[in-house]
Design a protein around this ligand. Structure first.
Ligand code: AMP
Ligand code: GLY
Length: 423
């Protein structure tokens, strides 16, 4: 099969790495790509916002399957445009991508189909949102409705903080994404990420993970896109997975079909495991980044077969098998992240780092004068797998320490919660 992979981050490098291992793969193309992905795929100079150009490329190169990594092209309708041209695609339609593209849409779906989530209100003007906050009191959570690159959420410990977050949203800090806000109940518990491959009807459980959103050790400092992750998530016991499927995922699949937007692609549920069971924090319509990196390391089966089955509506006949080990990834970021990361610093020792069996996925790198340089906030995902999370953590940091990159930094405690459970 000829496959086009869309995206350019660590998630897509991990997908490319796993797709490249498929005996069914003839040729893998990638756009916009990065130097890590380029080891597995042929880089294509394509503007992925230009759907006509993407369709033309697929037709000219006999592409059998397009795999879309990030959410933005899905929200922009790339899957619809490809399907309309008769090209098979793994990824949600524009209407189904509202599960990530609009928090208000998802909350209304939860209310209508009885899916457990935080109580909420939707507001398109600041005064009404503020009145709701004053009535509910703190702690409370304020979210910009639309896509805000992971930055539109304020978990407010005080009423003043919540009121300020509302002003922030409506003053245009998140552009159009903040034209509406969702204000919701603060939930407590342990967070976990749960993934399903979906084909419009069937949802196939596709692994669990936990990530670390905050930039500093001990989960301190500002939020980021994720500083590291591990899989499986110990909190996702078989019983919690079963409840999540019955109470959250299956009603979502039925609800999306009923409203005429069947969900196909990958459904990523951000969950809070509360004392009364799993509750939905949010949906994403893509793999987590860096959660995907640890999932790909653990997946035993052929990813290409599974993604094609999802695109073909054939998941009812499929299963996914996982290595009975823990995979852990450490994100190395450029100094300055999550503020303004310094670009261009030289990174060496990457081959060395992979000697012990670790994999280094490229997230934000570029080639410059024959050297790999930093070209983004999150730059590398150093990933290892072992029988225990303690050992996986040790191996991942051993690989990190082989990388010669004075311009970068990482957290030193990825996996701490699971490590503490083991000791
Ligand atoms: P989101 O972008 O919706 O995943 O939110 C980012 C982070 O904010 C989540 O990972 C949680 O840590 C936190 N969060 C979001 N909603 C809630 C909530 N209702 N209660 C507690 N924490 C939340
Ligand atoms: N690591 C969290 C995310 O991909 O949304």
């Amino acid at each position: 099969m000829n496959v086009l992979l869309i995206g350019s981050g660590g998630r897509e490098h991990a997908l490319a790495w796993k797709l490249a291992a498929s005996p069914l793969l003839t040729k893998l193309y990638a756009a916009p790509c990065n130097p890590g992905i380029a080891k597995e795929a042929e880089l294509v100079a394509l503007d992925i916002a230009d759907h006509k150009a993407v369709v033309a490329f697929c037709t000219a190169n006999a592409i059998d399957l397009v795999v879309v990594g990030p959410e933005a092209p899905l929200v922009a309708g790339i899957a619809d445009d490809l399907r309309a041209a008769g090209i098979k695609v793994f990824g949600a339609s524009k209407a189904a991508a509202r599960l990530e593209g609009s928090k208000g849409f998802t909350k209304d779906l939860c209310a209508r189909f009885n899916i457990p989530t935080a109580a909420y209100g939707r507001f398109s003007d600041a005064e009404a949102a503020k009145a709701y906050v004053r009535k509910q009191g703190a702690p409370i959570v304020v979210k910009a409705d639309g896509l805000a690159a992971g930055k539109g959420v304020t978990v407010a410990m005080t009423e003043a903080e919540a009121l300020a977050a509302i002003d922030d949203c409506f003053s245009g800090s998140f552009g159009a994404a903040g034209a509406e806000v969702v204000v919701e109940e603060f939930m407590t518990g342990e967070e976990a990420s749960f993934f399903c491959l979906c084909d419009g009807t069937t949802a196939l459980p596709f692994g669990t993970a936990q990530d670390h959103k905050q930039v500093g050790d001990g989960d301190t400092g500002p939020n980021t896109g994720g500083m590291g992750a591990y899989s499986p998530a110990p909190v996702m016991t078989p019983e919690i997975i079963e409840r999540t499927m019955k109470e959250i995922i299956e009603p979502t699949m039925r609800g999306m079909a009923e409203i005429g937007s069947p969900f196909s692609g990958v459904l990523f549920a951000g969950l809070m495991i509360t004392s009364s069971g799993p509750k939905l924090i949010e949906y994403n319509v893509r793999f987590g980044d860096p959660e995907c990196q640890v999932l790909m390391m653990r997946l035993k089966d052929d990813l290409l077969v599974l993604l094609e089955a999802a695109a073909d509506g054939q998941l009812a006949h499929m299963s996914a098998r996982w290595r009975d080990e823990t995979a852990l990834t450490v994100v190395m970021a450029a100094k300055g992240y999550p503020g303004t990361p310094e670009k261009g610093s030289v990174i060496r020792g990457l081959d060395d780092a992979e000697q012990g069996g670790a994999a280094v996925f490229h997230a934000g790198t570029a080639l410059s004068g024959g050297e790999i340089v930093a070209n983004g906030g999150r730059v590398l995902n150093v990933t290892a797998m072992a029988k225990t999370v303690t050992e996986a953590q040790k191996q991942a940091y051993k690989a990190v320490d082989r990388i010669d990159w004075p311009g970068g930094f990482c957290r030193r405690d990825i996996g701490w919660r699971a490590v503490a459970r083991e000791t």
